[in-house]
Design a protein around this ligand. Structure first.
Ligand code: HEC
Length: 88
């Protein structure tokens, strides 16, 4: 599966269609809200970690779910590359 397809199935509800953190779930997840991924400047290795292990394991919000049990390494790599392509 392409990174974009994974993003649109699993991430869009929180992070929004263009990654701006304005998905539908942002109406109820507010402190902190889903990250505006267009403003992310963290290195790829960190993004892979937080997507795999979830926010809580990274001392961030537990509202960012872990995906390591649902997506394999290659899929996580693809979705992270896609997310990085949304940066402004
Ligand atoms: C249920 C809502 C939700 C879903 C679904 C979700 N996220 Fe998140 N995500 C969050 C929240 C909330 C944060 C902010 C965590 C914090 O700042 O403590 C976050 C943070 C992040 C970050 C950190 C960005 C940075 O630079 O600090 C990345 C990367 C990320 N999410 C990627 C993804 C990807 C990829 C998916 C889909 C596989 C996804 N998220 C699905 C809620 C969600």
């Amino acid at each position: 599966m392409l990174g974009r397809d994974i993003y649109e199935t699993r991430c869009v509800l929180c992070h929004g269609p263009a990654g701006e953190g304005n998905g539908r779930m942002s109406k109820i997840i507010k402190s902190p809200p889903p990250y505006n991924l267009t403003l992310s400047r963290l290195p790829k290795a960190y993004l892979i970690d937080i997507v795999t292990k979830g926010g809580e394991a990274m001392q961030r919000s537990g509202q960012m779910p872990p995906w390591g049990d649902q997506l394999n390494e290659q899929e996580i790599n693809q979705v992270v590359s896609y997310v990085m392509s949304l940066r402004k």
